[in-house]
Ligand binder design. Structure first.
Ligand code: HAM
Length: 447
């Protein structure tokens, strides 16, 4: 299953022009502090190094995500890398979360990121190209806009919303944190957070409207307490900025052949602290956790000592993906690679089978045998069919005496006797040696 998922992630990344990179499994703990946000830091598995000669220790953490590592690596080399930088990676990640459906302590996360972009238009194009890569990949797994949806927002638009709601600038970080969780928090939990963060009543009233699901795109939201500056007409510029972005997102996805996948959603702000602009998540309609999430993080490379380099990207985990594929019936029945040839050995010893297997494998074929004691060809052929092999090579005493083997196409049940020397000679023909040639097998099977 893991290989099936990884193979598709890799294939689609390459199709979109991304280059595979890798990084270390653990980093200095400090790399994740501040840059990722409190939630992820509370989920770190960390450990201390042995004391050095001066009694000093370093604290490391297993990577909970790849973005800080990517930012560190890009910051170190930014000026020598061709732009735009288009990197993908498939790291194992670790988060000390409570284990639940869709959340494990260890998982694999496909990351794809695009860095660069000189104008806001090009940067928006990069936002949408990375999001389209995630959607294209999910389509490759068989999921369509009837199964999944990409919900997006823009943190600059959310800041505009906070401004209209009269939220003080120093509480924006708290406001993002709150908004990311607001649907899951009880009124008691929200009240506790307001007190802890000294949130004044007028701001509380604004947040409570959001918590109640009132729509800030409607004039009614801005009436009464918590209406902030919105009722002075300011909300119209906010609403038209959203409509403009919506128009760009929808028309670009349509051009990319992905109509009907994207939807604006004011509640998407993303939990990680480094996002600065366009943010999005892809979820299925069955109510599972997000399959993927990402967005723009324009300040992170500079925070790691690199140049000011705009960046955008996403992460998609294997755990939720496997659940969604299974629940929507999109998992292939078998993800194990079937053998090309199954050697059915009915001879008294295994020597000939051993020799044949070695020759087939040297020629690049996936070749197996059963190692069973029985010489009953019918029973052995049942095993061959169950293995999913395309061909069976039958070593039967009477034929072997005459120097021939039976080659059976297990799909069509066609059978041919061929000289044992010809099977091997056929396999050794040039061209076939280089590529994993199924057509040779078909030719051989029908020869
Ligand atoms: P994230 O939203 O924390 O973003 O994770 C992205 C995806 O990784 C989630 O949607 C989920 O599929 C998977 N995931 C996260 N935690 C777990 C877990 N404990 N168990 C199983 N799957 C999990 C990031 O990590 C960002 N660094 C993504 C990014 C890359 N943004 C820009 N570039």
């Amino acid at each position: 299953m893991r290989r099936y998922i990884e193979d598709i992630w890799r294939k689609v990344s390459i199709r979109h022009g991304f280059l595979e990179v890798d990084g270390p499994t653990f980093e200095y703990l400090d790399l994740y502090k501040v840059k990722s946000g409190d939630e992820i830091v509370s989920q770190l598995f960390h450990f201390d190094s042995r004391e050095d000669k001066s009694g000093r220790t370093d604290t490391f953490a297993l990577r909970p995500e790849f973005t800080p590592t990517l930012a560190r690596m890009v910051a170190a080399k930014a000026n020598s890398l061709p732009r735009p930088i288009k990197w993908f990676s498939i790291p194992r990640c670790y988060r000390a979360e409570r284990q639940q459906k869709g959340r494990l302590k260890e998982f694999i996360q496909w990351n794809a990121d695009m860095l660069g972009g000189e104008t806001p238009e090009v940067r928006r194009q990069f936002d949408l190209e990375t999001a389209a890569l995630a959607l294209d990949c999910l389509r490759e797994f068989g999921l369509t806009n009837a199964d999944i949806q990409l919900r997006w927002n823009d943190r600059t638009l959310v800041e505009h919303l906070f401004e209209l709601g009269g939220v003080a600038k120093e509480r924006y970080a708290f406001a993002f944190y709150l908004l990311d969780r607001i649907a899951k928090l009880s009124s008691e939990q929200r009240a506790k957070l307001y007190t802890e963060n000294a949130v004044p009543d007028c701001e509380r009233a604004f947040f409570e409207k959001l918590a109640a699901g009132q729509d800030p795109l409607q004039a009614a939201f801005w009436e009464g307490p918590g209406g902030g500056l919105g009722n002075t007409g300011g909300f119209e510029t906010y609403a038209s900025a959203i409509r403009d972005t919506q128009q760009t997102v929808e028309s670009t996805f349509a051009l990319m052949g992905l109509p009907g996948y994207a939807k604006y959603d004011a509640s998407i702000v993303r939990g990680l602290a480094y996002y600065t602009g366009f943010v999005w998540e892809i979820s299925d309609f069955r109510g599972n956790r997000a399959l993927a999430g990402g967005g723009r993080y324009d300040k992170l490379i500079a925070m790691f000592g690199g140049p000011s380099l705009p960046a955008t990207g996403f992460g998609m985990g294997d755990v939720v993906l496997a659940i969604v594929l299974a629940e929507s019936g999109k998992l292939p029945k078998s993800v194990a690679a079937a053998p090309d040839v199954y050697v059915v050995n009915a001879l008294a010893t295994s020597d000939e089978a051993t020799k044949l297997l070695a020759q087939l494998r040297t020629a690049g074929l996936a070749a197996v045998t059963s190692y069973k004691a029985t010489k009953n060809i019918g029973k052995l052929l049942q095993d061959a069919s169950a293995s999913g092999a395309k061909l069976a090579l039958i070593l039967a005493p009477a034929e072997f005496e005459k120097g021939v083997v039976k080659l059976k196409n297990l799909a069509t049940r066609d059978e041919k006797e061929i000289p044992i020397t010809e099977v091997l000679a056929g396999i050794a023909i040039g061209g076939y040696m280089d590529s994993y040639s199924r057509s040779f097998l078909q030719t051989a099977a029908t020869r």
